[in-house]
Ligand binder design. Structure first.
Ligand code: MF3
Ligand code: CO
Length: 258
């Protein structure tokens, strides 16, 4: 990841491309959430995602992704169930009623990227699980609401952290949001925590993927032997939401919402 570099300002023409790829990302993610029912395997969801990409002539930035010598990611989708925070690898596991599952999906087209995630309940779930999902979704919205020219980068994370911690939840530190555009991961890193009023000033034309990961218990995470699956250390439930968002002079524009 090139997180230390300057933050790209996208041109009008580049923004048009990012709107297109963002819309494709949102469309396919919507199809996936409709298919995420009890009895479906996470591997089947990955297959559905592959077909949806193929049908539209789009590429996956997830498949084969492997920074710093990590095992190349083997799927186009991340499926993170219950205590899995992020980067759950699709496989033979069936979704069961009462699970919560994060579906994290990205698209590359013509050299531009979109990245988005949702956490959804599978059938009826426990009240605590719904409260976690709603809190994490709202924390993302409050973080996005800070994406106004003149604000500072850390205003985003401060808003996310405040919302989650007011509910007694832990905000994951080990994984962060990121700039996005020509690459899936660009400068800057966007933590989901921090003190307000720090870091670079936000400008129109910047595009960030904001992705809070919130745990019912401790914020601590560990990565399993498969080199990808990140789980809560205490086994508590975790939720994850993500949008690709453009900063405009009129405020944030969510590129992965349809
Ligand atoms: N939204 C995740 C991220 O930005 C998805 C990438 S995981 C991958 O880090 F390895 F599959 F690419
Ligand atoms: Co991302």
């Amino acid at each position: 990841m090139s997180f230390g570099e300057r933050i790209a300002i996208k041109s009008r023409r580049e923004i048009e491309r990012m709107r297109d790829v963002g819309r494709f990302t949102a469309e396919i993610l919507l199809e996936l959430r409709e298919r995420a029912q009890p009895g479906v395997t996470t591997g089947e969801l990955d297959q559905i995602a592959r077909k949806a990409l193929e049908k539209r002539g789009l590429n996956s930035p997830f498949l084969g992704y492997g920074p710093g010598g990590v095992r190349p990611y083997p799927a186009v989708l991340c499926t993170s169930i219950n205590e899995v925070i992020v980067h759950g690898i699709p496989g033979p596991r069936e979704l069961r009623e009462g699970d919560i599952v994060s579906l994290d999906f990205g698209v590359e087209s013509g050299g531009w990227h979109g990245d988005s995630a949702v956490t959804i309940p599978v059938g009826p779930v426990a009240a605590e699980a719904m409260r976690l999902i709603e809190t994490t979704r709202n924390a993302l919205e409050l973080g996005i609401a800070q994406m106004i020219p003149g604000n500072r980068l850390s205003d985003i994370g401060f808003a996310v952290q405040t919302r989650a911690e007011n509910e007694g939840y832990g905000v994951v530190r080990q994984f962060v949001g990121h700039g996005i555009g020509r690459q899936m991961h660009e400068a800057p890193q966007v933590p989901n925590y921090g003190r307000p009023g720090r870091g670079p000033r936000l400008k129109a034309g910047m595009v960030f993927a904001i992705e809070p990961m919130v745990n019912v218990g401790s914020e601590r995470a560990k990565v399993l032997e498969d080199e990808w699956t990140a789980v809560t250390v205490d086994g508590s439930l975790s939720a994850h939401f993500e949008h690709t968002v453009l900063i405009t002079d009129d405020g944030p524009e969510i590129l992965t919402r349809i």
